[in-house]
Design a protein around this ligand. Structure first.
Ligand code: NDP
Ligand code: 5RP
Length: 477
């Protein structure tokens, strides 16, 4: 097994099973997870401190001082997992690694890369006979260490040799199913991860609006807020994000002793995947308004100084607090979450059609049930719906899911109406309700839009009583 390493005699070819490049939050924890499952892991990072940390904390770790040294430490065919920031760092690594790899080696990009970059890199790697895998990884630090959800895109033959290891390190869903699947070729895995993050943005926004409503309209204490979220988390709304929200609401600032949310500045950050999800939905012409609204909401939150100035200029309206506020907010959370998943799955289906990927939507629902940030009880119902009807055009058309929407419909509406009357901004809830109402309207306002387009631009319109485009001379010549 140990053949000697001509690239670096210091390390020698110890026949490591996998090389991890990028030993930050995700890479270091995935390396430890891989080692737990019997793999010998070679690791490289630009940062010497991170290499030392890897050596100190990962069982059997083989720290390497350069990409060349890492390649020399691996057994053939070589498997390399890149866990570096998306964009230029991945291209830089590809340039360094690709000329040194051999046909049959497997290069995995586990970062949050854009699926179009992954398409391009897959084609480039293929020219050298190297298998490229775009792997969506979700679960954050804890997931990487104990079991993430893994969404793989790449040729089936590339996945075959690495599938057992990826299956071993993946999370398990509540029924024991591993949360790893090949969802399609080239960028399909990163596409699915991008939509995962879009759903994550929107669900986080819905939850944040729920907390804000109860606090500002209901005057709830942090203890009562935490109790409400804990209660919701025992029912249909159970999810990882509800669980961590409950913990956050119970946490106090170590310095001041006040509830931690009181001292966190209300300006949200973002790294780009939510934005990509929203723009991709627009490019595909598939409505995902609540995902887009969640991105806009983060952008609005970042205008902190302007908002503070405007708040002094415009007084808020007041409105009575409804007696059933908690149950209505719960209805809005569930209705909103269903709408958001419906949007996300519809965009994945549209992407799959557009790029010819044949993504199995039920497999996506299956692997999202464990490990990932958006794991939620609702995914069991979504999996059942997609197993019953694999080509369901929209999750809200499934009778079991639509009955959940209609059951909470009145409460959902009351909350959005009451929040609006009280000047409490609920952009994700409002958008999700409008999506639901738009989707369930057999006849919409678009006849007026068509008439306007034909009026000013002679674009033509379709009649409802016969096929074909027609034009009206709107004004006498
Ligand atoms: N954090 C999270 O919750 C999740 C992150 N991801 C994705 O995983 C990827 C990694 O994220 P994360 O671990 O959080 O990021 P970190 O910044 O914690 O770690 C990235 C590491 O990669 C190193 N690095 C950058 N370029 C190179 C290179 N060319 N060669 C070797 N090492 C390099 C960085 O070194 P240096 O700092 O010196 O540049 C850094 O140590 C990203 O694409 C991210 O979007 C995916 C899911 C969840
Ligand atoms: O992929 C992730 C979770 O699934 C990462 O944590 C990602 O960074 C989250 O996105 P953002 O930083 O834009 O909130």
């Amino acid at each position: 097994m140990v053949q000697g390493n001509s690239a670096n005699p210091g390390v020698g070819n110890i026949g490591a099973d996998i090389g991890v490049v990028g030993l930050g939050v995700m890479g270091r924890n995935l390396a430890a997870n891989l080692a737990d499952h019997g793999a010998t892991v070679a690791g490289y990072d630009l940062d010497a401190g991170r290499r030392a940390d890897f050596a100190a904390h990962v069982a059997g770790a083989v720290p390497c001082a350069s990409p060349e040294e890492l390649l020399g430490a691996l057994k053939a065919p070589r498997t390399i997992l890149m866990m570096v920031p998306a964009g230029a760092p991945v291209d830089a690594l590809l340039s360094a690694l690709l000329p040194r790899l051999s046909p049959g080696d497997v290069l995995i990009d586990g970062g949050n890369s854009h699926f179009r970059d992954t398409n391009r890199r897959s084609a480039l790697a293929q020219q050298s006979g190297v298998h490229f895998v775009g792997l969506g990884v979700s679960g954050g630090e804890e997931g990487a260490r104990r079991g993430p959800a893994l969404m793989a895109g790449g040729p089936a033959e590339a996945l075959a040799p690495v599938a057992p290891l990826l299956t071993a390190i993946a999370a398990r869903a509540p029924d024991g199913d591993p949360c790893f699947a090949r969802v399609g070729p080239e960028g399909a895995g990163h596409f699915v991860k991008m939509i995962h993050n879009g759903i994550e943005y929107a669900d986080m926004q819905l939850i944040s609006e729920a907390y804000y409503l109860l606090r500002n309209l209901g005057g709830f204490s942090y203890e009562r807020l935490a109790d409400s979220f804990a209660e919701w988390n025992r029912g249909e709304l159970a999810s990882y994000l509800m669980e961590i929200t409950t913990d956050i609401l119970r946490t106090r600032d170590a310095e001041s002793g006040s509830p931690i949310l009181e001292i966190i500045r209300d300006a949200a950050g973002q790294k780009g995947t939510g934005h990509w999800a929203a723009t991709t939905a627009l490019e595909l012409g598939m409505p995902a308004p609540t995902i887009a609204e969640a991105v806009h909401a983060r952008c609005l939150s970042a205008l902190k100084d302007e908002r503070v100035r405007a708040s002094a200029a415009f007084p808020s309206h007041t409105a009575a607090t409804p007696d059933d506020l908690v149950s209505s907010v719960g209805d809005a959370l569930l209705g909103g979450r269903i709408a958001v998943y419906a949007q996300g799955f519809a965009v994945i289906a549209a992407g799959s059609r557009q790029f010819g990927w044949d993504v199995d939507l039920a497999a996506v629902a299956r692997i999202w049930r464990g490990g990932c940030i958006i794991r939620a009880r609702l995914l069991d119902r979504i999996l059942a719906a997609l197993s019953r009807t694999p080509d369901l055009p929209n999750l809200m058309l499934d009778p079991e899911i639509s009955s959940l929407m209609t059951r909470g419909d009145a409460g959902f509406r009351r909350v959005v109406a009451q929040a609006t009357l009280a000047s409490v901004p609920v952009p994700a809830m409002s958008s999700a309700l409008a999506y639901w109402d738009g989707y369930r309207s057999g006849r919409l306002w678009a006849n007026m839009i068509q008439a306007q387009r034909d009026y000013f631009g002679a674009h033509g319109y379709e009649r409802i009583d016969r096929p074909g485009m027609v034009h009206t001379e709107w004004k006498p010549a």
